[in-house]
Design a protein around this ligand. Structure first.
Ligand code: SAM
Length: 265
């Protein structure tokens, strides 16, 4: 499977499946100190709202990075994932001590769980795969339904406005040859679906989510990866503190490959 073959697949769920035969989700958040910034930032916000013992649903759980982290710290974790490649990688990491309920399924239908089952729901992926606004709203509505009133909701997006700079770093002809509208700078939604900060806000407000935090989850970490990965531990720790200091500043928000929105149900 290559990108050209992937682009020809019309059925969305099949395309999501095949996407993860190309992208190695298993190591995405752990491959290097730079890659770790998104994970550490997201964990910090989740831990701010949910304590060990809390019931957590990880929707679009990928290879299980968040599910495993929280289950091993005393949270009661259920996880749902669509892509076989990611389910396989997730299952391969499970030990007999990991009491995680792992379900194969689609984020637009969480019908196996009753209303108000969870203290918190993670939706860190599906909203940047689903092309139709109606499906994204179904996904948000389902996450809200299974979350308790007043519970915590966590949403991830990929920032339309940052991806241009990231792509430019990989290919010098990007600004003339890249796949985006040359007037509006709207990216072609392939292989992911991209959103502006304002677009994320509007989507979540339409879904009735009360937004508590808008966060630049990884900031410029991918662009600065060589420098970040060369840092001695003390400097890396201070870089993480700097990132924590800027990550909610509105002037930095769109300049992040990944965005994290935290909401109250
Ligand atoms: C980039 S990965 C992120 C995985 C993990 N949540 C994380 O943040 O590291 C996006 C995940 O969402 C999953 N996904 C996308 N659309 C989905 C859907 N409709 N239902 C369930 N999972 C979905 C993908 O298969 C993929 O594993």
């Amino acid at each position: 499977m290559d990108f050209e073959q992937l682009a020809r697949i019309e059925d969305e769920l099949t395309r999501i499946q095949k996407t993860y035969e190309i992208f190695d989700e298993d190591t995405r958040l752990s491959a290097s100190p730079a890659a770790r910034v998104e994970f550490l930032t997201t964990v910090r916000y989740i831990e701010r709202y949910l304590r060990p013992g809390a019931r957590l649903l990880d929707v679009g759980a990928g290879a299980g990075a968040y599910s495993l982290y929280f289950a091993r710290r005393g949270y009661r974790v259920s996880a749902l994932e669509l892509a076989q490649a990611n389910l396989r990688a997730f299952r391969a990491k499970l030990t007999p001590q990991d009491a995680i309920e792992l379900i194969e399924g689609n984020a637009v239908d969480l019908g196996r769980w009753p209303d108000a089952s969870f203290d918190g729901v993670l939706l860190l992926g599906p909203l940047y795969h689903l092309h139709s606004e109606a499906d994204r709203q179904r996904c948000i509505a389902e996450a809200r339904r299974v979350c308790k009133p007043g519970g915590a909701l966590f949403f991830a997006f990929i920032s339309n406005d940052m991806v241009h700079l990231t792509e430019f770093c990989y290919r010098p002809d990007y600004f003339t040859k890249g796949s985006y509208d040359k007037e509006t700078f709207r990216l072609e939604d392939f292989p992911f679906v991209f959103h502006t900060v304002e677009g994320c806000r509007a989507m979540l407000r339409k879904g009735g989510v009360k937004i508590l935090h808008e966060v630049a989850a990884d900031g410029a970490s991918e662009l600065l990866a060589d420098k970040i990965n060369a840092l001695p531990p003390e400097d890396y720790a201070q870089y993480l503190r700097y990132h924590a200091y800027i990550c909610e500043k509105p002037e930095f928000l769109g300049m992040s490959n990944h965005l994290l929105f935290v909401g109250e149900n």
